[in-house]
Design a protein around this ligand. Structure first.
Ligand code: FES
Ligand code: FES
Length: 178
């Protein structure tokens, strides 16, 4: 097998048709960052554990580090660069600003894309649901309470006394990346 062999690939990225020639082992994440020039999508763990690389594939959220680009031929990809409509921010982007829902911002593109996917899935009905269904997106800065606040604000979900937004608990009890 020739590892340098390239394969034709067509993707619609943020509303634009793009064509590439890629080796079979190139991940969607690396294609976006290194071939498509879209560096908003971040590489954290490169192992499907942090969510920093989350993008939307045909509207569904996916860890782009965990899929090969050639497997997605013909599909539609939305990255954080594609969320705003011209100068108008996506409501989630505006809510993240309004709620101060980030510190370093490294996880933010993934959090935003994941939240867009979460809303489209229509399963989250409570603050706890949002926390659980966003648990694949880690934030090393611990901005979870304000991220939750931003997402629930856009969804029109309000907290109840036992599940107050801002209680300082992270989404996940999993390992924190070193
Ligand atoms: S970089 Fe893809 S999940 Fe961490
Ligand atoms: S804002 Fe820094 S990792 Fe989330």
């Amino acid at each position: 097998m020739d590892l340098h062999q390239e394969y034709p690939l067509r993707l619609r990225i943020n509303g634009q048709d793009r064509q590439f020639a890629v080796q079979s082992w190139v991940t969607l994440l690396d294609l976006l960052r290194e071939r498509a020039g879209l560096t908003g999508t971040k590489k954290g763990c490169d192992h499907g554990q942090c969510g920093a690389c989350t993008v939307l594939l045909d509207g569904k959220r996916i860890n782009s580090c965990m899929t090969l680009a050639v497997m997605q031929d013909g599909r539609e990809v939305t990255t954080v660069e594609g969320l705003a409509k011209g100068e108008q921010l996506h409501p989630l982007q505006q809510a993240f600003i309004d709620c101060d829902a980030f510190q370093c911002g490294y996880c933010t593109p993934g959090q935003l894309c994941s939240a867009v996917g979460l809303i489209a899935e229509g399963q989250a009905k409570s603050v706890d649901d949002v926390r659980e269904l966003m648990s694949g997106n880690l934030c090393r800065c611990g901005a979870y309470p304000l991220i939750t606040q931003a997402v629930t604000q856009v969804m029109g979900i309000s907290g109840t006394p036992g599940e107050a937004v801002g209680d300082g608990k992270p989404f996940t009890t999993g390992p924190v990346l070193a």
